[in-house]
Each structure stands twice: as structure tokens, then as C-alpha cells.
Design a protein around this ligand. Structure first.
Ligand code: SAM
Ligand code: DTB
Ligand code: SF4
Length: 311
């Protein structure tokens, strides 16, 4: 497999904007059906009181964010939410829990949720924090399609954002997922005070994995009052688009998901991200705890752009 260098990534990132966009769109078209988009719906199955100190996160117990905390949901409640998402046109259901990692007794419940959602005919995804190898195997046996675990930022910048677990801890979890045969969903966040080099270093870690992640969520920081990143200035929109474009060129076959932060973006900026190779979104009025565009607004956007939902 091709190893991408920082030099090559920097060369791409610093191209004239329209050249970079054209290159990314041509790579995109060589690998995906034109004008299509994949749609996932998120649900928070366990909310808040997380022991980790991720500086961006409304669910960390270290910060006062005014969040309504909720224990692990009942299986039937989750299945009802999945049915609703399916009826609204979503094909993948992603369940997120604010844990450092699941205890085995909690994992049993999540496995049952996965099996039930899978029975509806939807693809399943969970994001539960750090995962041991036997836990990844249990989720696979329950029918899990994807596990989301992000590296969040570059190895260098990481220590400024989280200190309760290391970059290497995260890589280990991703390796455990990969070994189990569950597909990997792994990306990061832009707008946490990182440099352009940090953004590229983050993409290089993803692109140079033995197998590239099937799905790469690129989140724009939602600056949450009460967190250490509450007053962070927003990332320059063109730099955001450039990063998406470089992700597309480096990882031609991965779904690049325009994830958190769309509520704060104009329709035109989102369209530029799709031009740059983003071909997946979270659909539904909530992400985990933060707002996402309402479905009517998204349907109208997809319609105005002539983008078809992938089944
Ligand atoms: N606790 C699990 C974990 O950390 O892996 C799962 C849930 S966690 C909320 C999933 C991801 O959401 C984080 O890794 C981060 O990339 C993203 N995220 C959380 N808060 C965010 C925010 N305020 N803005 C943008 N992305 C955010
Ligand atoms: C990912 O990369 N983004 C999603 C998903 N994976 C789990 C989460 C975004 C969370 C945004 C803040 C919130 O809703 O609490
Ligand atoms: Fe906890 Fe995940 Fe939020 Fe970090 S990102 S504080 S691990 S819920």
C-alpha cells in the first residue's frame, strides 16, 4: 500500500483552492457513484458523566455544561428510535455512549441492541470508547458493522486536548476493532487550535494505517460553553474544505463524513465540502447531544444539489 508523506500532503493542501477541489472531485468520481451520499443517524444511548477529560466534549464530567445526564437506555427504546430513523430514510444507526470504555455487563446490553437493530435490516455502528479485543469480538458476533473511535487530532496536538488517555490507547482500540473484522470508522475534529500541519498529520495517521478506515468522520468543533474550548475561534471555512479534499485524495475509497458542525455551516459551505469529496452525513435533528440540521432542511439541501441517498 502507498505510504503518504507529509511533503505530499502539504503539496496538496497548498495547491490553488480550485485545483485542489478539482483533483479531489476527480478522485471521488473514480471511486464512488456520482452525486450520491450515505446517511447515518446518531443516538446517545448513555449520556454524560464521562470520566474522560476531552476538552471539546459536553459529556465529560470534568466540565459544567448543563447537560441532562441519562443512564444506559432500555433496549426497546433504542429499537423504537432505530425504526423511526429507518422510516425517515436512514440506512445506518450509530449508537454512542459516554464511557471511557464499556464494562462487560454493559457491553452485553449493547450487543443485544446491535442484534435487534441489525434485525430491522439497518447497518449498525457503535462508539463506546476504548475497547478490549474480546469486546470487539463480542460486538462482531452480535452483528456489528462499524465501530467509531476517533484519533481526534494529530499525535503532537493530542496532549493539549485530552490527558486521561493517550493517542496510543486509541490506536490500540482501532487495531482491536480491525482484528475482529468489524469495519473501522475513525476521524477527528477541526477547529481545536491546531495548525494546518496538525490537520495533515492527523490525516496521515489515518491514511497510513495498514488498512484505511472504511469511514472517516471529519467534525468541525462545536464550541460548547463550559468546556475548555468554549471560546475557540472557528476554523477558516476554506481550510476546512481543503482538509476534506486532502482526506479524499489520501483515502480514495473511504466514506468521508461531514460530521458535527453542519448546523453552524451555510448550505454553500456544505456544498463545497461535497465537491471536495465528502459523501456522508449524520441525518436527524440531534447528533449525540448537540443540534444537527432538522431533516426537512437536509432533504431540501440534498434535493437542491441533486444528491441521491445511497441505499
Ligand atoms: N465516548 C466515546 C469516545 O470518546 O470514543 C464515544 C462518543 S464521543 C462523543 C465521539 C466523538 O465525537 C469524539 O471522539 C469526537 O471526535 C466527537 N465530538 C465530541 N464532542 C464534539 C464537539 N463538541 N464538536 C465536534 N466533535 C465532537
Ligand atoms: C463522530 O466523529 N462524530 C459524532 C460520532 N462520531 C459519534 C459525534 C459528534 C458529537 C458532537 C457533540 C454532541 O452531539 O454531543
Ligand atoms: Fe467521554 Fe467520549 Fe466525551 Fe471523551 S469524547 S469525554 S470519552 S464521551
Amino acid at each position: 500500500m502507498k505510504i503518504w508523506t507529509l511533503e505530499a500532503a502539504e503539496k496538496l493542501y497548498s495547491k490553488p483552492f480550485l485545483d485542489l477541489l478539482t483533483e479531489a472531485q476527480s478522485v471521488h468520481r473514480a471511486n464512488f457513484p456520482h452525486n450520491t451520499i450515505q446517511i447515518s443517524t446518531l443516538i446517545s444511548i448513555k449520556t454524560g458523566s464521562c470520566p474522560e477529560n476531552c476538552s471539546y466534549c459536553p459529556q465529560s464530567a470534568h466540565y459544567e455544561t448543563g447537560l441532562q445526564k441519562e443512564p444506559l437506555m432500555e433496549i426497546q427504546e433504542v429499537v423504537a428510535a432505530a425504526k423511526k430513523a429507518q422510516a425517515a430514510g436512514s440506512t445506518r444507526f450509530c449508537m454512542g455512549a459516554a464511557w471511557r470504555g464499556p464494562r462487560d455487563q454493559d457491553l452485553d446490553v449493547v450487543c443485544q441492541m446491535v442484534t435487534e437493530v441489525k434485525k430491522l435490516g439497518m447497518e449498525t455502528c457503535v462508539t463506546l470508547g476504548l475497547l478490549k479485543d474480546h469486546q470487539a469480538d463480542a460486538l462482531r458476533d452480535a452483528g456489528l458493522d462499524y465501530y467509531n473511535h476517533n484519533i481526534d487530532t494529530s499525535p503532537d496536538h493530542y496532549g493539549k486536548i485530552i490527558t486521561t488517555r493517550t493517542f496510543e490507547d486509541r490506536i490500540k482500540t482501532i487495531e482491536n476493532v480491525r482484528k475482529s473484522g468489524v469495519k473501522v470508522c475513525c476521524g477527528g475534529i477541526l477547529g481545536m487550535g491546531e495548525t494546518a500541519k496538525d490537520r495533515l498529520e492527523m490525516l496521515l495517521v489515518l491514511a497510513n494505517m495498514d488498512e484505511q478506515p472504511e469511514s472517516v468522520p471529519i467534525n468541525q468543533l462545536i464550541a460548547i460553553p463550559g468546556t475548555p474550548l468554549a471560546d475557540q475561534t472557528a476554523v477558516d471555512p476554506f481550510d476546512f474544505v481543503r482538509t476534506i479534499a486532502v482526506a479524499r485524495v489520501l483515502m480514495p475509497k473511504s466514506y468521508v463524513r461531514l460530521s458535527a458542525g453542519r448546523e453552524q455551516m451555510s448550505d454553500e459551505l456544505q456544498a463545497l465540502c461535497f465537491m471536495a469529496g465528502a459523501n456522508s452525513i449524520f441525518y436527524g435533528e440531534k447528533l449525540l447531544t448537540a443540534d444537527n440540521p432538522v431533516p426537512e432542511k437536509d432533504l431540501s439541501l440534498l434535493n437542491r444539489l441533486g444528491l441521491e441517498r445511497l441505499q
